[in-house]
Write a protein that binds this ligand. Structure first.
Ligand code: PLP
Length: 235
């Protein structure tokens, strides 16, 4: 077995164990292999080992990889969404994970209408209220929810977060719990379903699953350590 196949096998095993621990169905968690900075050959290798969903955070880098890989792969955009990239992002990506403001949501809805698309999106919540991170304020999102729900082209799957960097997985857990309770509160206040939670990365995806994650975004535990920083906030 190749190293990537072994890593995938190990991560999938841990996902299954986390599900078993809290009595969730294995199929309720989607593993997104975060392939930013990873060359197309290695993505192909992961695909060969049975992985279908991949996460990218830069449009330009993703475009050429998507073009060179089989059409059966599912692409998730997990990076910060720049307004001038929306028109190109929507046709390429099945899910956009980080709609971080009402303004961006309104614009994305407009472009989706123009393109005849109904994109699936997550709303990013700046769960730790960090100045370095984008997203809706945890206390502010309810004030914008009504406007967000009027955007008929956006299929809002749920909430996404990147918690403050902490010493270990347990330090992330409290943020994951807060994202879930924020979601639960919005569901009951607005009478809507927000079934998905995109949270958990290589260091803390098991805790995220225990707290309700439906989409875990795992990069280095599958592809190995990245050799350079890409996001400013996440290397
Ligand atoms: C890079 C990145 C990840 C994956 O991080 P790892 O620690 O390598 O698993 C997850 N989510 C986002 C938004 C990222 O930018």
């Amino acid at each position: 077995m190749s190293e990537i196949a072994e890593n995938l096998f190990a991560v999938t095993g841990k996902i299954n164990e986390a599900c078993l621990r809290i009595g969730r169905e294995l199929a309720s968690v989607k593993l997104i292999a975060v392939s930013k900075t990873v060359p197309a050959e290695l993505i192909r290798e992961a695909f060969g080992a049975g992985q279908y969903a991949f996460g990218e955070s830069k449009l330009q880098e993703a475009e050429s990889k998507i073009e060179s890989l089989p059409g059966s792969l599912h692409w998730h955009f997990i990076g910060r969404v720049q307004r001038n990239k929306v028109r190109k992002l929507l046709p390429l990506f099945e899910v956009i994970h980080a709609i971080d403001s009402l303004k961006l949501a309104i614009y994305t809805d407009e472009i989706a209408k123009e393109l005849g698309l109904y994109p699936k999106v997550f709303l990013q919540v700046n769960i730790g209220n960090e100045s370095s991170k984008a997203g809706f304020a945890p206390n502010g999102i309810r004030a914008e929810m009504e406007s967000l729900l009027k955007l008929s082209r956006l299929e809002i799957l749920g909430l996404m977060c990147i918690p403050p960097l902490g010493p270990d997985a347990e330090s992330s857990r409290t943020w994951f719990t807060q994202l879930r309770t924020t979601r639960d509160a919005l569901e009951s206040e607005f009478g809507v379903k927000l079934p998905a939670l995109s949270m958990g990365m290589s260091g803390d995806f098991e805790a995220a699953i225990e707290e309700g994650a439906t989409h875990v975004r795992v990069g280095s535990a599958i592809f190995g350590k990245r050799s350079y920083r890409v996001d400013g906030e996440l290397g």
